[in-house]
Design a protein around this ligand. Structure first.
Ligand code: R1P
Ligand code: URA
Length: 288
């Protein structure tokens, strides 16, 4: 017997849309391009041949339309893995829960979810302007203290190494993205492994007026080498996407427009153009 999900656990708006995302099941395409910045949604949908739906609530702005015959939803998430947990859970519920009966569906639907975001490089040989696909996410956030999953031996080894190197008072994790999407979208991009931080400044080793607790976090993470596995860049969502993707059974890939190099201290003066290149690459590949 499948269990009915109570009203308090999965909130549906009076119009039948899901609580935070403000989307109904029919509004969502099975290919999702997810961006952090709400203003970036129209930077994606400007290339659509037609747009059938625009909606927004909080930081979640969504446009669904067609690009070269492929139905796509472009949607913003805001920043951080806490948003990604809400985003992924509600996206999944739109396809895998009958919102009227509140019962999980017997037939599982798998979504293709592609993050198109900005990121900072922690390796000298990956300059600003690079387009990078994340094979793995390294979670320096606490999300996976609240969910259980199986990790591969490599994921455990990387997580142990990070834990040991940073001496964190909580448990970090390492998790692989979708090999299927990496194969499809990684062509022509640098393939890296992405550290996801619960903040932009201290957690990424930036000092503005407050000294971070781990001032040499870049050097420590950048020098980790587990049988050739190295960490390449910083951002704030990838590990959350990969963890929720594994838990919920979706194909998820994080693509990064590298706008800063934290070793050379370079910041791209054409960050919008780099993101635009990544958007065009993503649309081309998903429509192939
Ligand atoms: C920080 O400036 C934000 O930029 C990156 C980080 O992950 C964080 O969300 O991604 P987006 O450009 O997609 O927001
Ligand atoms: N986003 C981040 O989280 N870090 C950077 O350095 C650049 C973009």
């Amino acid at each position: 017997m499948t269990k009915r999900i109570p009203e308090s656990e999965l909130i549906i708006n009076p119009d039948g849309s899901i609580y935070h995302l403000n989307l109904k099941p029919e509004d969502l395409a099975s290919t999702v391009i997810a961006v952090g910045d709400p203003d970036r949604v129209e930077k994606v949908s400007q290339y659509f041949d037609s747009i059938e739906l625009k909606t927004s609530k909080r930081e979640f702005v969504a446009h669904t339309g067609y690009y070269k015959g492929k139905r796509i939803t472009a949607i913003s998430t805001g920043m951080g893995t806490d948003n990604i947990e809400i985003f992924m859970t509600e996206l999944d519920a739109l396809v895998n829960v009958d919102l009227k009966t509140r019962l999980p569906k017997e037939q599982h639907t798998t979504l293709d979810i592609i993050r198109v975001g900005t990121s900072g490089s922690m390796q000298r040989d990956i300059p600003a302007g690079t387009l990078l696909a994340s094979a793995y996410g390294i979670g320096l956030d606490t999300l996976m203290a609240f969910y259980s999953t199986e990790y591969t031996d490599l994921e455990k080894s990387v997580a142990n190494e990070v834990q040991h190197s940073l001496n964190l008072p909580f448990v970090s994790y390492c998790i692989e993205g979708s090999p299927k999407l990496l194969n499809l979208l990684g062509e022509g991009l640098v393939i890296g492994n992405t550290a996801t931080c619960p903040g932009f400044f201290g957690p990424q080793g930036r000092e503005v007026r407050v000294k971070p607790a781990i001032p040499d976090i870049i050097e420590k993470l950048a020098s980790i080498n587990v049988d050739g596995f190295r960490i390449t860049n910083f951002e704030m969502e990838t590990s959350g996407y990969y963890a929720m993707g594994r838990l919920l059974g979706h194909e998820v890939l994080s693509l990064n427009a590298i706008v800063a190099n934290r070793i050379t201290k370079e910041f791209a003066d054409n960050a919008y153009d780099i993101v635009d290149d990544l958007i065009k690459h993503t649309l081309k590949k998903v429509a192939e």
